[in-house]
Design a protein around this ligand. Structure first.
Ligand SMILES: Cc1ncc(COP(=O)(O)O)c(C=O)c1O
Length: 387
C-alpha cells in the first residue's frame, strides 16, 4: 500500500463546509464576485497587449506544437535583460517559479545537506527542500530585532558544515520585508566563503522600492527565481523561470521535468508582458502603494492590531491580530462571508500563523475600501466582549 509522503507541509486549514482544499479553491475560483486578496495575485491589468498576444497565439494555433524545451530564446533574453543580468547568465523557462524552485532544490541538495529558510515564509520551498536534503532549518524571524527577515547574522548562527542552500525571498511573502544592498553583499560573501547556494526568489521584486539581486554579488552561487504570476498578472498561465550561470543551468537541465517545454500561449503573453512593462508598471505600483495606506488606516483603528512591516515592499502584508484578541481564521471566514478572500497566517507560518492575517492588495481600490470597511466590521463582530 502506498501512503502520503511525510515531507514538510504547510498547515493548510480547510474552512467548514469543504472536504478538501481543492474543493474550497474550486468554489472560490468559480465565484465571479469574490475579491481576490488571498493569493498575492494581480488584478489591476486592463485588456492589454498581454491578453492580445495570448489571443493571437491561440488563433494561430501555436498550441498544436511543442515549444522549445527550455523556453523561447526571445523570452529568455527579455527576462535576463529585465533583471539586468545579461552578461554571462542563462535562463530556463518553467511552469511558474514553483517548478524552478523544485528543480533547484533537486539539483543543489545532496541527502546529507540542510537548507535554511525562514518562518514566516513560503512553505512549499521548505517542502521541496525536505524532499532532497536531510532537513530544513526554518529560522524564526517574526520580530522587529531582525527586521522581520532572515539576516546574514541569523544565517551564520544557524548554519553548519552541511548547509548548502539559503532561501532569500525578496520581498518576503507574507510580510513584505526586503533586503538592502549591504545585506545582499553580506549574503554573497557568506555564500562564496562557505560554498553555499542562495535561492533568491524575486517573485515580488517589481513591487519593491529598491529591489536587490544576490546574483549581482555572488553570480556563481545564486539561483534567481522569476515569476510572471504577480506584477504581470499571469498566475493562471503558470509561467516563470530561473536565471543562473551557465554551469548551473546545464545542471538543472539534466533533471528537467517538462522536457517538452512550457505552455506556448503563456510564453507569448510573457514576451508581450515584459515588452510593455514600462507602459503599465507605474500605474500598478502607485495603485498598490495607495491601497496599502487604506488598509493601514483601518488597522490603526483597532486596538492591539498592527502591521509588522509597513510600508510593505510587496503587494501583500500581514496584519497582526493577536493582541486584539482575534483569531486570523475567524476573521478570514467572516470576510469570506463578505466575498473577500484573504489568508490566515497558518498558510505561511508554522510558528506565528495564529497571529496574523495576510492580505494582498493588487486589486482595484474600491475593493480595498470595501475590505477596510468589512475588516472593521469583522473586528466589531468577533472581538472579545468586555465583561
Ligand atoms: C515567494 C513565492 N515564490 C513563488 C511563488 C509561486 O510562483 P509561480 O506562480 O510563478 O509558480 C509564490 C506564490 O505565491 C511566492 O509567494
Amino acid at each position: 500500500m502506498i501512503s502520503p509522503k511525510k515531507y514538510a507541509r504547510s498547515a493548510k486549514m480547510i474552512p467548514n463546509g469543504f472536504k478538501t482544499a481543492n474543493e474550497f479553491f474550486n468554489y472560490l475560483y468559480n465565484d465571479k464576485d469574490m475579491i481576490w486578496m488571498g493569493q498575492n495575485t494581480n488584478h489591476l491589468h486592463d485588456e492589454n497587449a498581454i491578453m492580445d498576444a495570448m489571443l493571437q497565439s491561440v488563433k494561430k494555433r501555436d498550441y498544436c506544437k511543442y515549444p522549445p524545451s527550455d523556453g523561447f530564446p526571445e523570452l529568455k533574453e527579455l527576462v535576463l535583460e529585465d533583471l539586468g543580468l545579461k552578461d554571462g547568465f542563462e535562463m530556463m523557462i518553467t511552469a511558474g517559479g514553483t517548478e524552478s524552485i523544485y528543480l533547484c532544490a533537486n539539483d543543489i541538495l545532496e541527502p546529507e545537506n540542510n537548507t535554511i529558510t525562514c518562518d514566516p515564509g513560503y512553505l512549499i520551498i521548505d517542502n521541496f527542500a525536505s524532499r532532497f536534503g536531510d532537513h530544513v532549518n526554518s529560522v524564526p524571524i517574526y520580530n522587529s530585532e531582525c527586521g522581520y527577515k532572515l539576516t546574514p547574522e541569523l544565517v551564520r548562527e544557524n548554519m553548519d558544515e552541511n548547509t548548502k542552500l539559503v532561501v532569500l525571498i525578496d520581498p518576503l511573502n507574507p510580510l513584505g520585508s526586503s533586503y538592502t544592498k549591504e545585506e545582499m553583499k553580506d549574503f554573497a560573501d557568506l555564500a562564496e566563503d562557505n560554498d553555499i547556494y542562495l535561492l533568491n526568489d524575486v517573485t515580488y521584486r517589481d513591487f519593491a522600492r529598491d529591489p536587490q539581486l544576490a546574483a549581482k554579488y555572488a553570480p556563481e552561487h545564486t539561483l534567481t527565481i522569476y515569476s510572471f504570476s504577480k506584477i504581470y498578472g499571469m498566475a493562471g498561465m503558470r509561467i516563470g523561470g530561473v536565471a543562473a550561470m551557465p554551469e548551473l543551468i546545464s545542471s538543472l537541465k539534466s533533471i528537467v521535468i517538462n522536457d517538452l517545454g512550457t505552455n506556448s500561449v503563456s510564453q507569448s503573453g510573457a514576451i508581450a508582458a515584459i515588452k510593455t512593462k514600462s507602459q503599465w508598471i507605474d500605474r500598478i505600483r502607485n495603485t498598490t502603494r495607495g491601497n496599502q495606506k487604506i488598509i493601514k488606516k483601518a488597522v490603526d483603528q483597532v486596538e492591539g492590531a498592527f502591521i509588522p512591516v509597513y510600508p510593505s515592499d510587496a503587494n501583500m502584508m500581514a496584519i497582526d491580530l493577536y493582541d486584539a484578541g482575534l483569531k486570523p481564521m475567524d476573521v478570514a471566514e467572516y470576510l469570506l462571508g463578505k466575498k473577500i478572500f484573504t489568508r490566515e497566517g497558518n498558510y505561511t507560518s508554522k510558528l506565528f500563523g495564529h497571529r496574523y492575517l495576510r492580505v494582498s492588495y493588487s486589486v482595484p481600490t474600491k475593493d480595498v475600501e470595501y475590505f477596510a470597511d468589512s475588516f472593521l466590521e469583522a473586528v466589531d463582530a468577533l472581538k472579545p466582549k468586555k465583561v
